[in-house]
Design a binder for this molecule. Structure first.
Ligand SMILES: [Zn+2]
Length: 126
């Protein structure tokens, strides 16, 4: 797995691939955002100081029939310009979602060809 495949295969840009775990038939991809890519979610300033972070997981596109989950620590930063302390923005997922934008598009596209129940069963979601 490469950082390039993260972008072209899963639509995840600006993150680096760290590792893969295979757990109970599922694939867990560990990724991280490089320090130099961290910026303020309010004013986009790069003058930020890392203030810890929160571990999060996001469901993303399957590989064949295997469920794929992205796991990462989403950094919290303090901004020198606007003085807020907040979690950085996550460009590959909409706010408060636990799946990636590409996963959402995939589910929507599938729903054009099969019932919602079929899509939910295929993707293993509620
Ligand atoms: Zn700021």
């Amino acid at each position: 797995m490469s950082t390039s495949l993260l972008y072209h295969g899963f639509g995840v840009r600006g993150y680096e691939y760290v590792g893969t775990l295979y757990v109970e038939g599922q694939i867990w991809l560990s990724i991280e955002q490089p320090r130099e890519k961290l910026c303020c979610p309010v004013c986009d300033s790069l003058e930020v100081t890392r203030r810890g972070g929160d571990w999060r997981t996001f469901r993303t596109l399957p590989v064949g029939r295997k469920r794929v989950t992205l796991s990462l620590v989403v950094a919290r930063v303090g901004c020198a310009a606007c003085e807020v302390v907040r979690q950085v923005a996550i460009p590959f997922a909409d706010p408060r979602r636990t799946y990636t934008k590409s996963f959402g598009r995939y589910a929507l596209e599938l729903s054009r060809h099969m019932t919602i129940q079929d899509v939910a069963e295929h993707l293993g979601v509620g």
